[in-house]
Design a protein around this ligand. Structure first.
Ligand SMILES: [Mg+2]
Length: 278
């Protein structure tokens, strides 16, 4: 069995996203930068994850850049995954080393399927007013993140932007204050399909919270999402009918329910002899 999961706002949470006071019991630092905890995981979720990671293939699948992923102490020290997908699928790390062949293949696909980064960036800047943008970054030579004043950003402008970018072969996701603008070929599912071809890991369970995780969840045999974030918002708005469950709790402790779900699937599968990876 393989468990592929998004990280931020699914398993690990920044102080702004945990949904409880930082000194609440049951929180463990997951990422420490300059002596400051910048993301947490629930202790219970960590215990379950550690137990599962010894028996199955656990694969982080994140939109973080390679450098931002390597900064997460939890996955460098406590649980060290053999495979990790970063840069929203643009990079695959195998035992911490970047798979260069994959990166080159992604580069070719982006060139073939999407307008240039310059064109996409210009379109964003022509729709999203300068005063709504706090900062802009082009990540791992693949995609953009814009930190925006979310309250100022009109929803209909964002919808219009998403439609126009779609025609250029780019996708949009708004998570907290971060607007992601990503070429179509840079997606989590394509990277997972690639890894699964080599790992022969059997059934896949997935979890994630944002629009960038939808391909990840759709490609899995079993999936769960927390009751916060873009996927939950879509479901609440009645925009889509989704086949997978949501957690009861929002915030960092949604991680407990997510891991309990993964454990339940693992137990069910091993009961019929298909879950364990040797
Ligand atoms: Mg997320």
């Amino acid at each position: 069995m393989i468990y592929a999961s998004d990280l931020d706002r699914t398993l690990i949470y920044s102080p702004g996203a945990i949904g409880v006071p930082e000194d609440s019991p049951g929180l463990i630092p997951a990422e420490i930068v300059d002596g400051r905890t910048v993301s947490y995981i629930s202790q219970h979720a960590l215990d379950l994850l550690r137990e599962l990671a010894a028996k199955i293939v656990f694969m982080p699948v994140t939109t973080r850049t390679i450098a931002q992923y390597r900064r997460i102490n939890l996955f460098q020290e406590t649980i060290i995954p053999d495979y990790a997908i970063t840069s929203n699928g643009g990079n695959i790390l195998v035992n911490g080393i970047v798979d260069k062949e994959w990166r080159a293949a992604i580069g070719r696909r982006v060139e073939r399927d999407s307008a240039t980064a310059e064109e996409a960036g210009n379109l964003v800047r022509s729709v999203v007013r300068e005063e709504w943008i706090i900062s802009e970054r082009y990540c791992d030579d693949l995609f953009y993140t814009f930190v925006v004043y979310r309250d100022l950003l009109p929803a209909d402008e964002l919808t219009r932007l998403a439609e126009q970018l779609h025609e250029l072969g780019w996708r949009v996701s708004l998570q907290g204050r971060k607007l992601y603008v990503v070429p179509e070929a840079v997606n989590k599912n394509a990277a997972i399909i690639h890894v699964r071809r080599t790992v022969h890991s059997g059934p896949m369970v997935a979890s994630g919270d944002s629009l960038l995780d939808k391909s990840l969840l759709a490609g899995a045999d079993y999936a769960i999402a927390p009751c916060h974030g873009e996927i939950f918002a879509e479901q609440q708005a009645g925009l889509v009918k989704l086949e997978y469950p949501f957690t009861q709790r929002s915030g960092v402790f949604a991680g407990d329910e997510i891991l309990q779900y993964v454990q339940k699937i693992y137990n069910n599968l091993t009961a019929v002899g298909v879950g364990r990876n040797e």
